[in-house]
Design a protein around this ligand. Structure first.
Ligand SMILES: Nc1ncnc2c1ncn2[C@@H]1O[C@H](COP(=O)(O)OP(=O)(O)OP(=O)(O)O)[C@@H](O)[C@H]1O
Length: 878
């Protein structure tokens, strides 16, 4: 039993041991699972916190990014809003009262918004304030409610800004203030003196509303006339002064209206804005309408329809003394009338859009109501006469007219020829100069300092005469009777209208000489036939005698149907027309009916003389010039032309094609006074008499004539030169000539025998340049005479300088001597009658010597001598 028990105990023990072992193993497994779970828990915790940190970081970065973007966007939105605010409420519409001054709008600016206070906002870098703007003129009525005193301050500010951003007279105020009888807006009272303000008494509201309704009906019927929806639209389509002022009706009424008044008020509120009638109402509610802007005022703040929920911090009311000062100044300006147009106002909206086919039309200024006055030129009136005493503004008027025309008509439509016989350079600005390389593209020719050179005026008229002939021939070919037809028939031709302006034209007609006669004949022809060929003359004069010279020629004056008279001009208008005597400074009478009373337009002229304003326009036009546009020819009577390089031995002379240079080379003597600035040439062919005498005592000019002749001959091919210099004062110049000529021998007084001894024809042209040949003495006379007589046929030509005509005559055989060996001469300071032995005209030519001008006569080509300008060959004596 005992052993059984023992065995059982052993078994139990065994089982217990096994169970214990198993339990231990299970425990160990559970322990390890637990620690694994703990580890994983820790891992998850770690991952979680990393994740949290990352999320926080990402969130922070995103927040930063959003903030940054918000700031940038807010910044740029702010800038946009600020610039929009500045754009819509510029100048007096938006400036704080501290800096406020009125700003006059230009002709194209339309009313914008008006500031009543500011709106605060924070773009992220601290509080900023934007102007709070509300609409009024052309846009809305304003209906204020709330705090009465503050609302009145807003009204004062709005009115001052509206008045300060419009032209005096463009806004009229009516104030209904039954409580204070006008006292609320008393500071505006000075406007009443100019008829711009009226206060309505307590009983006047009904009639005033009736009157407004009538006004609106009238504007709709007669001004807008069904063509435009509003005055704003009409003005945008037809720029110019307002046909109707804005009317602002201020109603400061706290009482109820009668049903009739209410109905009228509602009508005005609905229809007024389109007709320029605006209500500014405090104390009454206007019926809601898109054109009604409501402002709720509460102490120093307000809210209004156009600004939404944002709170406006209201500006303080403008100081009454400032309002009164402004209103006084406005009334005074109105009394004086609107300011005259500025030069820039003459410019069209777009440059060079006009066609000149049927004529030209351009404003030169405005009338007293501010509308621009255009001056026509074309078939009728074809030509213009401008008159006014010195200093009355003729030059200024011409500038204004030229500028206005040049801005409208491009170079294909218009060409100017401008000549000023006054001393001065008024037309020089149209040509390139040392300080300004620009030129007016339509100007073909500008003549300045022409007062001594009537010949240049004649040259211009001849040139225009040629143009007239060319146009008449073309018109005949195309069977056209006027320019518009010629241009239609010949669309590829270049037929701009020509406007020739001659200031102080009477200089041209002064004197009873051949020049004046020819000038008058040419003027008559141009005036008569230029009309249909698009050539228009504009003659200006300060001198009544000049105009009277025209009056004597009824055929001529009759063509000048456009008259422009400046203050105190005499005889420009008809005798019974006294307008010029009464117009003020800087005004003109424009009359397109030959000055007849009743056809006057009084024009206020802008200041067109200001260089900077002019340059601004000219540069704009210059930059638009077509590629083939060449600068104008500038003739300056005070400038001495230099011998062109082409006429020096190093240059190459262009063959003129008339006569062959080889057989008949042309000696260039000086510049002709003509439009093309051509050289005056003397042909030296193998003919008797082909010699030249330069006559007079002006050494420099005589030397220049001889040098120009010799150099230009040397430039034309093989030639020999002998320089005979008998005057010490000319030696320097003669020596320079010898140095520049390719082949020349020099002879002084002591070498005269030798000169004649070696003289032998060899077929090559041989030119003898003689300086002061009258100094050679009696002993050489025969030999000189023989050379002058026989030389040319052997191709030896004398180009000699004699210091007087009698000395030349002595050298040629005394008083009865024949002078036909001198085929050509150039006279410097020799009076006309002294030239009679050499001249075809009995008594000699009409010639009064003047500096740097010479009279040139070539028997084989001239009927009359012509005036030339001796070239400057070397610059050491000028
Ligand atoms: N519309 C104007 N507005 C302002 N200034 C003007 C106006 N017209 C002329 N002037 C000025 O008046 C002065 C004389 O004008 P301008 O030279 O045009 O007169 P003018 O009749 O041509 O005189 P003159 O015949 O003596 O040359 C100039 O200083 C010019 O700037």
């Amino acid at each position: 039993m005992g052993s059984h028990r023992n065995a059982l105990v052993a078994v139990v023990r065994q089982e217990l041991a096994e169970a214990r072992g198993t339990a231990r193993a299970v425990l160990a497994a559970a322990e390890s699972a637990r620690s694994e779970a703990l580890r994983r828990k820790q891992l998850i915790r770690d991952a979680y916190s990393t994740c949290l940190a990352q999320l926080a970081e990402a969130r922070e970065a995103a927040r930063e990014d959003i903030l940054r973007r918000t700031r940038t966007e807010a910044g740029s939105l702010t800038r946009n809003v600020e610039s929009l605010a500045a754009l819509y409420a510029s100048g007096a519409a938006g400036t704080a009262w501290r800096y406020w001054t009125p700003t006059e709008p230009d002709r194209v600016t339309r009313p914008g918004l008006l500031r009543i206070g500011t709106i605060g906002y924070d773009p992220g870098d601290g509080e900023r304030r934007l102007p709070a703007l509300v609409p009024l003129l052309d846009h809305a009525h304003v209906n204020l409610a709330g705090d009465r005193e503050a609302a009145d301050g807003v009204i004062s500010g709005l009115l001052l800004r509206a008045l300060g951003t419009t032209r005096p007279g463009d806004v009229r105020l009516t104030v209904y203030d039954p409580e204070q009888l006008g006292g609320t807006l008393a500071a505006f009272a000075p406007l009443g003196h100019a008829g711009l303000l009226s206060f309505i008494g307590p009983g006047g509201l009904g009639p005033m509303l009736d009157d407004l309704v009538e006004q609106i009906c009238r504007v709709n019927e007669t001004v807008l006339a069904g063509e435009y929806a509003s005055l704003a639209e009409l003005i945008a389509a037809t720029p110019g002064p307002r046909p109707e002022p804005w009317r602002i009706i201020v109603l400061l009424a706290d009482a109820e209206l009668s049903p009739g008044q209410r109905a009228q008020l509602d009508r005005v509120a609905r229809t007024g804005v389109a007709c320029g009638v605006h209500l500014v109402v405090r104390g009454l509610d206007l019926a809601p309408h898109p054109t009604v802007e409501r402002i709720e005022v509460e102490g120093e703040t307000a809210t209004c329809d156009s600004i939404g929920d944002l709170t406006v911090r209201l500006d303080t009311a403008p100081p009454p003394e400032r309002i009164a000062g402004f209103c006084r100044a406005t009334a005074e300006r109105l009394r004086q009338g609107p300011p005259p147009a500025r030069f820039a106002d003459l410019e069209p909206e777009k440059l060079w859009l006009e066609s000149s086919a049927h004529g030209l039309s351009a404003p030169i200024g405005d009338s007293t109501d501010g509308s621009l006055i255009a001056v026509p030129l074309g078939d009728d009136p074809p030509h213009a006469l401008i008159g006014g005493p010195s200093g009355s503004g003729k030059t200024n008027l011409i500038y204004a007219w030229i500028g206005s025309l040049a801005a409208r008509y491009g170079p294909a439509e218009l060409a100017f020829y401008l000549l000023d016989f006054k001393e001065g350079v008024s037309f020089a600005r149209f040509a390139p100069g040392p300080r300004d390389p620009s030129w007016l593209p339509q100007v073909r020719l500008a003549g300045i300092n022409v007062n001594g050179d009537r010949e240049f005026g004649l040259a211009l008229l001849r040139h225009l005469g040629e143009e007239l002939r060319t146009r008449a021939q073309a018109a005949k070919r195309h069977e056209a009777s006027k320019l518009a037809e010629l241009r239609a028939e010949d669309p590829n031709g270049h037929w701009p209208r020509i406007v020739a302006v001659i200031d102080e034209f009477q200089v041209l007609l002064a004197g009873r000489d051949a020049l004046a006669e020819e000038a008058v004949a040419l003027l008559e022809d141009l005036a008569r036939r230029g009309r249909s060929q698009g050539i228009h003359l504009v003659l200006a004069s300060q001198d009544v005698s000049g105009i009277e010279a025209l009056w004597g020629r009824s055929g001529l004056i009759g063509q000048f149907t456009l008259r422009i008279a400046l203050p105190k001009a005499r005889r420009i208008l008809a005798d019974t027309n006294l307008a010029a005597a009464v117009i003020p400074r800087f005004h003109a009478v424009v009359n397109a009916d030959s000055g007849a009373a009743g056809a006057n337009h009084i024009v206020r002229l802008p200041d067109a003389g200001d260089r900077q304003n002019w340059r601004t326009l000219q540069r704009k036009l210059w930059h638009r010039r077509p590629d083939n546009c060449v600068p104008p020819r500038l003739f300056d009577g005070d400038a001495v032309p230099r011998l062109p390089q082409a006429y020096r031995p190093t240059g190459r002379v262009a063959h003129s094609g008339d006569g062959g240079i080889g057989s008949s080379p042309g000696a260039v003597l000086g510049e002709r006074i003509d439009v093309a600035a051509r050289p005056a040439r003397l042909r030296l062919g193998r003919m008797p008499g082909r010699n030249l005498a330069v006559l007079g005592t002006r050494t420099d000019e005589a030397c220049d004539v001889l040098a120009a002749a010799a150099l230009s001959l040397a430039a034309q091919g093989p030639a020999r030169f002998s320089v005979v210099c008998l005057e010490p004062g000319a030696e320097r110049s003669a020596a320079r000539l010898v140095a520049e000529l390719p082949q020349a021998d020099w002879y002084g007084r002591a070498d005269l025998d030798q000169f004649f001894d070696v003289l032998a024809p060899d077929g090559i042209p041989h030119y003898v340049l003689g300086y002061a040949l009258d100094a050679a003495g009696a002993s050489f006379r025969d030999r000189w005479r023989a050379l002058l007589t026989d030389g040319p046929e052997q191709r030896i030509h004398v180009l000699g300088w004699w210091r007087s005509v009698p000395r030349l005559r002595d050298d040629l055989g005394g008083p009865g001597a024949r002078l036909d060996t001198i085929g050509a001469w150039v006279a410097l300071d020799v009076q006309g009658p002294e030239l009679s032995p050499l001249s075809p005209q009995p008594g000699g030519p009409v010639w009064y010597p003047r500096a740097r001008r010479a009279l040139f006569f070539d028997r084989s080509v001239h009927r009359h001598p012509e005036v030339i300008i001796p070239y400057e060959v070397n610059s050491d004596h000028t």
